[in-house]
Design a protein around this ligand. Structure first.
Ligand SMILES: Nc1ncnc2c1ncn2[C@@H]1O[C@H](COP(=O)(O)OP(=O)(O)OP(=O)(O)O)[C@@H](O)[C@H]1O
Length: 263
């Protein structure tokens, strides 16, 4: 089941060009161009409603009305061959409340890696995924009796089962206490460094930006900036990514005003 990619790091995990998404009657993402490097943690940051979840849905291939170029792991987004190569955790935990943590994992493991011959490997993978998210002590608890943060971690464990090359995590640290948040970020770094996984992690908490290798800063359906936290701070002369973000918003507003006045 361990099938992490050994492709050269220069080929990005995600490449988007002129990416546009319409939801209902609204254009939610407008002409985005960006890349997500392999084996790194890319943070997708921006205020609520700016389009982070929509972008993630497009990357994993579940979003309708996507136009432009969007290549994921060398294939067009949504290609059937990508299904087992991508792990996706939505904001709403997708777990069965009437099953224990281990039974939830056993169920998904049986779909990913079926057959009696794989029973030992499934057992090992399930135990590893439960340990990865620090739920070994709760393995026999019913998911319905867990806290919100614990249920989110069960969802994350399910996504880790297939050892995906690309992990797309929509606000994975919402509702977690500082210790768990720190531990989860440590896990993300381990997954990137030790297993070569690529992580695309959304958050609207700017202090999480500093934990990412690279950032895509979004606002109102557009990518404001793309770079390392350090480069973004340096470029804007800011002490924090939050201040850098605010300066970039001001810059973008000033540029829009200039464009408007020269029409
Ligand atoms: N089904 C829909 N039909 C029309 N518009 C939608 C639909 N779902 C979301 N939107 C709009 O798309 C925009 C982007 O939503 P999205 O959920 O991608 O934002 P987000 O940055 O992930 O927000 P949050 O941080 O609150 O989860 C929002 O303005 C939202 O109102």
């Amino acid at each position: 089941m361990m099938n992490y990619s050994s492709r050269p790091p220069e080929e990005p995990a995600v490449h988007a060009q002129d990416l546009t998404v319409v939801r209902g009657s609204r254009t939610v993402l407008r002409g985005l161009g960006f890349t997500v490097p392999r084996g790194r943690i890319t943070g997708l940051l921006g205020p609520s409603g700016c389009g982070k979840s929509t972008l993630m849905r497009a990357v994993v291939g579940t979003q309708a009305k996507v136009t432009g170029t969007l290549d994921v792991l060398g294939r067009p987004a949504g290609h059937p061959s990508l299904r087992t190569r991508i792990g996706y955790v939505t904001q709403a935990p997708s777990v069965y409340d009437d099953l224990t943590v281990r039974q939830n994992l056993d169920y998904f493991a049986a779909i990913l890696d079926p057959g009696r011959a794989a029973a030992d490997r499934r057992h090992d993978n399930v135990s590893r995924a439960i340990a990865d998210v620090d739920l070994t002590g709760h393995a026999d608890a019913l998911a319905g009796t867990l806290s919100g943060g614990q249920r989110s971690r069960v969802s994350l464990a399910v996504a880790l089962l297939g050892a995906p090359e690309l992990l797309v995590l929509d606000e994975p640290t919402v509702g977690l206490d500082p210790v768990l948040r720190r531990d989860l970020w440590q896990l993300f770094h381990d997954l990137a460094a030790e297993r070569g996984a690529t992580l695309l992690v959304s958050s609207h908490v700017m202090d999480e930006a500093e934990r990412c290798h690279r950032l895509l800063l979004m606002r109102a359906g557009e990518v404001l900036a793309d770079g390392t936290p350090e480069a973004l701070r340096t470029r804007t002369g800011a002490d924090t990514v939050e201040t850098a973000f605010l300066r970039l918003v001001d810059e973008a507003a000033a540029a829009a005003r200039t464009k408007e006045s020269t029409r």
